[in-house]
Ligand binder design. Structure first.
Ligand code: EPU
Length: 429
């Protein structure tokens, strides 16, 4: 297994290109199940999760072609992916694949809409919380599907096709909103989805669906109104920039000091992160080419922050913010309200010298004067990258084990950071 070695203490200066968003690319790839036409996605990040979903979709019979890099193309430009689901060969998503990546459960809605049936493995446990799928199933039932759980699988059937419905979620869920939207666009009649999540990735999927012929109103709001259509066509769509990657590198710069342009970042997608970073004393400016982050000697101020669905502070940046606050000049309070077990980075940050105490859903982070390098490992993607942030500021060497977590969601992390002066090296296992 690969490891990443960081020798801390270098400031970051230069440009970091932001990749396409993992959490938009994955559902966009799944959308291709809805049409026999070709969906062409550009700016697709090169990530382990994308490769895995490719395999899962190929299992359903989707033809996938990834265009090679063109002459003169910037090495950091994303892939162009052509997906064609002329026929669905198999409506089963097996346990061996779904258990490796939760988002593959989202094939349920499109398979039901296109084929009237689906057999999808329940995703099972996850390092950050229990993560049930009850709201996904409620939405499918409202749209007229019969659901049975058997042998760890969801067996869903809509013999006469899906019917438009009024769906009200009692909690905001990104996945359940994706599922309801992807199923409703081809249901018979009108659907209203209330208390929908409106993370930018959901807006991106909805905009792609509109290009394919779907009729959706209320995109980028918490109420989606959909008029079902009988078929969708192929389309071309570019994946939005990754706001979590943006927030992560912004915190790297906040941690080390320096001046970095996050190229192609969309400031409008990270309003809450920008506000928090400015309160901490970090300079953040939206510029033509992206977002500029700088800190020059100012001490980091402690903060009180809680995670919330968009437009609030994202849970996917909570671990990274905690790493940043380990070196603030005072005590910060960070409350996690989305996932009940998303504090696995706390013990690992402590190995680097952080002073963090957990009180239920809240972490009390007492700023320390210095962190020192150590071997660490993490159990999920965002937790791993919080260790990178701490390692960039720690004295001496930090060795991050289980790098496959990082590779799931951060494209060429070591190259991007090294290009700005960090001492970060991948050591092949
Ligand atoms: N929930 C339910 N029932 C459901 C669905 C969700 O109770 O049927 C609960 C969850 O347990 C959680 C809350 O609702 O407490 C919100 O979960 P949500 O459904 O919004 O999460 P998700 O769709 O499974 C996506 C992202 C996560 C991100 C969350 C929250 C993708 C592929 N995943 O997950 O991203 O943390 O939304 O924003 O888009 C990551 O990229 O590292 C990651 C974990």
């Amino acid at each position: 297994m690969d490891r990443i070695r960081i020798r801390g203490g270098n400031r970051l200066n230069g440009t970091i290109p932001v990749s396409g968003a993992k959490n938009a690319a994955l559902p966009l790839m799944i959308v291709s199940l809805l049409t026999p036409g070709t969906l062409t996605l550009s700016n697709v990040p090169r990530l382990a999760d994308v490769r895995l979903l490719q395999r899962i979709l190929q299992n359903h019979g989707i033809d996938i072609m990834v265009a090679g890099k063109r002459a003169g193309q910037n090495g950091m430009a994303g892939d162009v992916m052509h997906l064609t689901a002329r026929d669905i060969a198999d409506t089963t998503a097996p346990y061996e694949l779904v258990s490796k990546m939760r988002a593959s459960f989202w094939v349920l809605g499109p398979l039901l809409a296109r084929c009237g049936e689906a057999k999808v493995s329940l995703p099972g446990g996850c390092a950050i919380g229990t993560r049930p799928v009850d709201m996904h199933l409620m939405a499918m039932e409202k749209l007229g599907a019969e659901i049975v759980i058997e042998g760890g699988y969801v067996l869903a059937r809509a013999r006469k096709g899906l019917k438009g419905a009024h769906i009200v979620f009692d909690k905001v869920s990104v996945g359940a909103t994706h599922a309801a939207l992807m199923a409703a666009v081809m249901a018979d009649g009108d659907t209203v989805i209330e208390n929908a999540a409106y993370e930018p990735e959901i807006g991106d999927v909805a905009e792609c669906l509109v290009k394919m012929g779907a009729k959706i109103e209320g995109i980028h709001s918490s109420t989606l109104r959909i008029k079902g259509v009988t078929s969708l066509t192929g389309a071309e769509h570019s994946v939005i920039p990754d706001r979590i990657e943006t927030g992560t590198y912004a915190m790297c710069v906040g941690m080390t000091g320096g001046d970095v342009l996050l190229k192609d970042a969309n400031a409008g997608h990270i309003g809450a992160v920008i506000e928090v970073m400015r309160s901490a004393g970090i300079g953040v400016e939206a510029v033509n080419e992206g977002v500029r982050i700088h800190r020059n000697g100012q001490a980091l101020r402690p903060l009180s922050v809680e995670t919330q669905p968009f437009p609030g502070f994202p849970t996917d940046c909570q671990a990274q913010l905690m790493a940043l606050m380990t070196m603030a000049g005072g005590t910060s309070m960070i409350r996690e309200t989305i996932f009940e077990n998303r504090f696995m980075h706390v013990q690992e940050l402590a190995r680097l010298g952080a002073d963090i105490h957990l009180h239920g859903d809240t972490a009390e982070v007492r700023g320390v004067k210095k962190l020192t390098g150590a071997p660490v490992m993490a159990t999920d993607l965002r937790a791993s990258v919080s260790l990178v942030i701490a390692g960039l500021a720690a004295e001496g060497e930090t060795m991050i084990n289980r790098v496959y977590h990082l590779d799931r969601g951060f494209e060429t992390l070591e190259e991007k950071l090294s290009a700005c002066g960090a001492d970060v090296t991948r050591i092949s296992g």
